[in-house]
Design a protein around this ligand. Structure first.
Ligand code: UD2
Length: 311
């Protein structure tokens, strides 16, 4: 049994990770200010011994005290302004949350020589920007175009370089389009599959921006959790970044059909012009994480089926 800190543990990916960690009998502390996450995502685990602290990761003194007191084995940094649109509205606040708060954790571990087994920082495919090279490799050019992407890239570099400069046991992931239970569909910039799910549940109209032929590497959240567990525990995953995806692309039109099949009903669709800056195609080269033994278990059809069953 190990002791984990998960920042953003009440959010979509965080709560799915926490579920897995608690089920394995680990001691888990979640720090989340519930600005994006929901207490209901983790309420059932609090009854199973999870410690929930409703605090902001930007309370640097609180975080330092917590890290010094609790001596975590593993630290997973998922706390963030998760929406690109939101980051464009409030760049300075985003910077504090998406970059400075992570640096505060790295610096506290370094300064107080805390005996951590691994610190994992969750970065994003957003850092690749509009560079046309496909599939995206970890060595592909980066082009962070938004405050969100800039701070994800900076934190990722801090993670890797705190490893190389000071010997902290760090690793970083670049998530592609993650979907699954507990993803919040409430904003227009929420993950598109959570929006489609919501429209199917409520019989409301779904808007496709563009012709629906744009592609994404949609990754079921359980595969992401398996990747996180692997990178946390494999000693070879050190001072480095890894794409986390399936390595396959599907079109939005195909995903809509797969979702209709999984739900057993049709969705009402309207087509509007593509969003400004929308990327036409995106998918990952996952050979680096695959070399550690990672294999995604869920195709889009399998993932959507599971998603429908789980909610
Ligand atoms: C994802 C990330 C974003 C950033 C970006 C980097 C999510 C939710 N967003 O944006 O944070 O990392 O990748 O490239 O993971 N769409 C519709 N109708 C809708 C909503 C979306 O047609 O109601 C389209 C949208 O225009 C896009 C596709 O669906 O072509 C996927 O949209 P998304 O917001 O789920 O993800 P993406 O890849 O634009």
């Amino acid at each position: 049994m190990d002791k984990y800190l998960v920042t953003g543990g009440a959010g979509f990916i965080g709560s799915n990770l926490v579920e897995n960690l608690v089920a394995q009998g680990n001691e888990v502390v979640v720090v989340d200010d519930l600005s994006m996450g929901k207490y209901s995502n983790i309420a059932e685990f609090v009854e199973c011994g999870l410690t929930f602290l409703k605090k902001s990761i930007t309370d640097f003194t609180f975080m330092q005290d917590l890290l010094k007191k609790e001596k975590f084995d593993y630290i997973v940094l998922l706390g963030a302004v998760a929406s690109v649109a939101d980051s464009i509205e409030r760049p300075q606040e985003t910077h504090k949350i998406n970059m400075e708060a992570n640096l505060n954790v790295f610096e506290t571990v370094r300064k107080f020589k805390l005996p951590v087994k691994k610190i994992l920082f969750a970065s994003s495919a957003a850092i690749y920007g509009n560079d046309p090279e496909l599939p995206k490799k970890e060595t592909s050019p980066v082009d962070p175009l938004t405050p969100y992407a800039i701070d994800k890239f900076a934190s990722e570099r801090y993670a890797v370089d705190y490893g190389k400069l000071y010997g902290l046991p760090t690793v970083a992931t670049r998530f592609f389009n993650v979907y699954g239970p507990k993803q919040n569909p409430e904003s227009p910039y929420s993950g598109v599959l959570s929006i489609i799910h919501n429209c199917l549940l409520n019989d409301s109209k779904f808007t496709v921006f563009g012709d629906g032929e744009q592609t994404r590497d949609f990754t079921y959240v359980k595969d992401v959790i398996n990747a996180l567990m692997l990178l946390l525990h494999d000693d070879r995953a050190l001072h480095d970044v890894y794409n986390v995806a399936t390595g396959n692309q599907t079109t939005l039109n195909d995903d809509i059909h797969a979702f209709e099949k999984a739900m057993g009903k049709k969705i009402d669709i309207e087509y509007l012009p593509a969003r400004t800056g929308d990327i036409k195609e995106s998918y990952a080269d996952i050979s680096k994480i695959s070399s550690l033994g990672y294999r995604p278990d869920f195709s889009i059809e399998q993932g959507l089926k599971k998603y429908v069953q789980a909610e």
